[in-house]
Design a protein around this ligand. Structure first.
Ligand SMILES: [Zn+2]
Length: 590
């Protein structure tokens, strides 16, 4: 059995470099301590030796000059050799671990460009409803949880999505009251933009007949004028006060649990969205204590701007945790009809969604961010939300001359980029806005997006290939815990553009699927670019950091449906095996 950390560089030594809170040079800069990759380092005896050599299976590099190699050698957390198998032997010393992929396949480290790590950790702890198949099943899950809950405590769950349920409706408070008359119940929909609450929760939050939803939200009422229990977008906020947020050390524990879950799925990095700035110390502390298995790149909630700006990019633990972005919101989600559209919803003509952001306020944050080098990542789903975002970026760029900007290359991101008016597609490249996509959203939404939008607006929806063709940078993620957060599902969705049963539906624009070569970059090299790290991460090239994802089979060549059943075998970050499957390739060999 392989020893965990047997490949490890000394994380303790690396941590010392950053623990004084002293910002390091921008991570895109070449590292002064970087070994000269062209020259094998010699040990005291004059024999070149790597810490580990990987070979014996397909190795994809995401490097166009050499898309596959036969072997990879690593030393001190970096790639020192990537080339033909025959070239690897000079790197093998008596201490070098030889890892035979034995039919598995190796890739640059997969990075989730849009995920909520704390939410993934909380999902592990709360009522996880993402596999519920009906209102009836939802109710029985709540019944079981309420039976175990302390009197008066809140039963909180998330992850349900009614799209395929046989009842063909949202759950309501009566469903929940039947099994939990006393404990408040709050169940957030998978998209995070709606929830259903029972009567006890509604009462505790003061939501009754005649309550008026705040701007940007909606309270659903039944025919008798009573709240149904469904609250949308900003109308959910009063419920937030009923759910006690974990605090202090518990937040660190939950975060570490979420990060370990991601590592076990094969992710080596996470672009963590909507992080409270007060959590940054906690996350950095985890890294320094060697409790953070993957890299995290943090986008803070807007109120973290003033804290971040003077120190962006803030780099901890030799780049394991980097904070240089904030996350704003333009609109809501498509499923709950919160996405802001240019024209009304096809299936509810009285609404065209909810625009959340104000132009003046947003442009003012953007101009400051250009001057101070903060990356601005903005949630935008509907074509109006996306149009506003592009308009406001254009305005901010026009207000701040290039010589007053902290970076020539701002790399701001449109998070989701879901429904785009085709006229706006070329503007992404023109304005230097990266389209950040979550392929699993497209294969879930294909069941209702045609109803919401009508067929015409599906041109420009989830338009991965069109954005790429138009010269835009794109990057891929999962939005877990909104989605499962599984790299296999995301990669499959990107190349198949069909749901997990293979269903695609008419008019779902199969031509927007990505090639496998592009899909690989979508989760490796392009997330590195979207986080200013392409010089260090994202491909298997000599000199870069040794971050790898190893699966049980070659996802570049197997039939698309088989991608869903490969097994993650090993996750390597900075040359350290941070997770490995007990069923992996070398099991029983050592
Ligand atoms: Zn998200």
């Amino acid at each position: 059995m392989i020893q965990l950390r047997s490949i490890a560089v000394s994380m303790g030594v690396l941590a010392l470099a950053a623990c004084g809170g002293q910002p390091e040079p921008a991570p895109a800069q070449p590292d002064a301590a970087r070994p000269d990759a062209a020259q094998p380092p010699a040990d005291a005896g004059g024999i070149a030796a790597a810490d580990a050599v990987f070979w014996g299976g397909a190795i994809y590099t995401a490097d166009d000059s050499r898309p596959t190699v036969g072997a990879v050698a690593i030393a001190d957390g970096r790639i020192v050799f990537a080339g033909p198998e025959a070239g690897a032997s000079i790197w093998m010393g008596p201490e070098t671990r030889i890892i035979d992929l034995n039919g598995g396949a190796m890739y640059p480290g997969f990075t989730d460009s849009h995920v909520h790590v704390m939410g993934v950790g909380q999902r592990e702890r709360n009522l996880n409803l993402d596999d519920v198949l009906s209102v009836a099943e939802l109710v029985s899950r709540v019944e079981a949880a309420a039976a175990e809950a302390a009197p008066g405590s809140v039963v909180y769950g998330r992850g349900w999505i009614e799209t395929h349920w046989p009842e063909g409706r949202f759950p309501n408070r009566q469903d929940l009251d039947a099994v939990s008359p006393d404990n408040p119940v709050i169940l957030t929909r998978a998209d995070g933009h709606a929830l259903v609450a029972n009567s006890a929760a509604l009462e505790a939050a003061g939501i009754t007949r005649g309550s008026v939803a705040p701007a940007g939200g909606e309270i659903l009422f039944d025919g008798a004028g009573e709240p149904t229990g469904m609250l949308i977008d900003t109308a959910m906020y009063p419920m937030g006060e009923l759910v006690t947020e974990p605090e202090g050390a518990e937040r660190g524990d939950i975060y570490a649990e979420g990060a370990m879950r991601l590592a076990s799925l094969g992710w080596t990095g996470a672009h963590d969205m909507s992080v409270p700035y007060t959590d940054v110390d906690i996350i950095e502390g985890l890294a320094e204590a060697d409790r953070l298995p993957i890299r995290t790149y943090l986008s803070l909630n807007p109120d973290g701007y003033a804290w971040l700006a003077p120190q962006a990019p803030r780099v901890a633990d030799d780049g394991r945790v980097i904070t240089r972005a904030i996350k704003l919101y333009m609109d809501g989600a498509l499923g709950s009809r919160g996405a802001a559209l240019l024209e009304p919803y096809a299936d509810r003509p009285e609404t065209s969604g909810l625009a959340i952001a104000e132009a003046d306020e947003t442009i003012s944050v953007m101009t400051q961010a250009l001057r101070e080098g903060v990356q601005v990542n903005v949630h935008a789903i509907g074509d109006r939300g996306n149009r506003h975002l592009l308009d406001w970026v254009e305005e901010a760029l026009s207000q701040v001359p290039e010589d007053e900007r902290a970076l020539t290359d701002h790399r701001w991101r449109d998070e989701h980029s879901q429904i785009i008016d085709p006229a706006d597609i070329p503007r992404f490249a023109e304005l230097g806005v990266i389209a950040s996509f979550q392929p699993s959203h497209a294969i879930g939404d294909l069941h209702f997006a045609p109803d919401r939008l009508g067929d015409d607006r599906l041109v420009g929806a989830y338009a991965w290939q069109s954005l790429l063709d138009a010269g835009a940078h794109i990057t891929g993620g999962s939005d877990a815990p909104v989605e499962q957060g599984d790299p296999r599902i995301e990669f499959y969705a990107a190349v198949a553009r069909a749901d997990l049963t293979g269903f695609q539906g008419e008019n779902w624009h199969a031509e927007e699927a990505l090639s496998r070569e592009d899909a690989l970059k979508f989760f490796t090299l392009w997330p590195a670019y979207a986080s200013f790290r392409e010089d260090e991460l994202g491909s298997i090239e000599e000199g870069k950091r040794a971050d790898f994802t190893i699966f049980s089979a070659d996802i570049m060549t197997i039939p698309a449906e088989d991608i869903l059943t490969v097994n993650p075998w090993m996750t390597v970050v900075d040359g350290e095996v941070v997770w490995e499957s007990p069923y992996s390739f070398h099991h029983g060999e050592e």
